[in-house]
Every structure is written in C-alpha cells, then in structure tokens.
Design a binder for this molecule. Structure first.
Ligand SMILES: [Zn+2]
Length: 69
C-alpha cells in the first residue's frame, strides 16, 4: 500500500521507501549541522518525508550550495 507522500513532488509511495534529511548525517560534507540549517531555510525539517529521487536532488543541491558558500 502506498501511504507515504513526498513533500516535494507529492508522489505517493510505500512507507519503507521514505527518505528524510536525517540520512545526510552520514555524508562527510557538508556537515550535518550545516545541512540541517540549510534545509530549515527551505522549511524542511528532519521528519519530512521524501521519495528517493527528491532526496537525491536535495543531496546534490545542498552539496553545490556548500561548495559555493
Ligand atoms: Zn519526491
């Protein structure tokens, strides 16, 4: 059953496939503190659900912003 919804693209998907920005604590750069404050500005918190595609987009976007900060 598809009962989770991506906050960005609004697609529905299965709950087991939910991604959140919490997964960014495992990347070396940007630091997680920086990531959290970056996403806060986009009105995204650690409990918002995203599909795999959108979380990848956010990962790339935030990396670019980090590199150009
Ligand atoms: Zn999405």
């Amino acid at each position: 059953m598809k009962n989770a919804q991506c906050k960005k693209c609004l697609n529905k998907f299965q709950e087991k496939d939910i991604y959140t920005i919490q997964q960014f604590q495992y990347r070396k750069e940007p630091s997680y503190d920086w990531s959290v404050s970056y996403f806060k500005k986009l009105q995204i918190d650690e409990w918002d659900s995203f599909c795999e595609n959108c979380i990848k987009e956010y990962a790339d976007e935030s990396k670019i912003m980090w590199e150009n900060r």
